[in-house]
Design a protein around this ligand. Sequence first.
Ligand code: GUN
Ligand code: ZN
Length: 425
Amino acid sequence: MTIAHRPPRAYRGRLLTPLAAPGGGAAVRYLDDALLVVDERGRIAQVEPFALGAFRGPVLDLRPAVLMPGFIDAHVHFPQTRVIGSASGPLLDWLERSVFPEEVRFRDDGYAALVAGEFTSRLLASGTTTCVVFSSSCPGATDQLFRALLRAGLRGIAGLTLMDRNCPEALCVPHDEAIPAARDLVQRWHGAGDGLLEFAITPRFAPSCSRPLMEAAARLALDHGLLVQTHIAETLAEAEAARREHPWARDYLDVYDRVGLLTGRTLLAHGIHLSSREWDRIAEVGSSVVHCPDSNFFLGSGRMRLADARARAVPVALGSDVGAGRSFDMRRSMSSAFDNALCHGERLPPADLFFTATQGTADAVGLGCVIGSLDPGKEADFIAVRFPDHVLGASELLNHLVFAPETASVQRSFIRGKPIYSHQP
Ligand code: GUN
Ligand code: ZN
């Protein structure tokens, strides 16, 4: 039997990668001229200053571009790709007016396939290499989403959005249909793409889910060790709706806790209006929070206090939350996270924001040992970004990357060292 070996590949460029600073905070490692070597399995074998003759074999020279880890979007809604920028009000009105009518269209597989292609193209053009995605409540559309992720070569964790109340009839799927459909999707897609794809249990939020639906979903998550993702405490009106729907719970978080959805692999998006008790419980269980500042500004939902998470060492991921977020570009999310913190009197250093969009988000979604930085042993998910020639040194690069993304274009993306995107000017 012959075993096909791919030769190791090597890349040359400037290189920027996040580093956790001792005692908290973040720093970066910057190399002005680096060699990045990827082994046969797509893992990073070496990262070091470039020296002639240090690697025997062809080296792809990407200079003057800067190699950095691909961005990770921990919260994005695939069926909202086309309604991005719909300024139709605070959360619950916006869902009724702009989101639900669009999500109904995903009952048509042809439409879902078309938008899934647009969705993956937008992620690729933004330098996102890993996404954690809400699909619609339609299994066919979710299948189309996974097909598109596979075709694009992206790393993705995605789930069928579960909802069986307080939504239009066409989106409402009772638990005895939704759970078997989710189980089918687990069989088909969890671990597909040589492990790049995962299925996530995705109850939309407590106001649109019955207790039996959430309990059955929690069992499925437990059976297969699946990531759970949902929304929490984005607005006060939503929190009130959750209380009305689930009067047996002591507060919003307790709904998810009592049905078994609060686990060490749960991603809670927003978390703007949480009590100290809820924050303490999130920390105790080991769940993570996804900060979606651009969405929060656009819908006027409020401003999350990062300090509440950091004081308890709750992992914080960053999410675009498209279509409430106005851009697929995680650089926009980093910039909005800066503005959000400023509103609380805190000035987040760009290195902190870069860390959060890469290693910090990888840690929060449970992939921190696999991706998030360009260090030996990690899988080689990286992008090559071109900056204007006058931008030199780590601190200038970070300023441009985070606050002036229009000056820095994503030229190439690689997953496990395999090219998946090349910018066509
Ligand atoms: N809460 C429930 N559904 C949604 C959604 O689609 N987007 C946002 N931002 N919040 C939600
Ligand atoms: Zn969302």
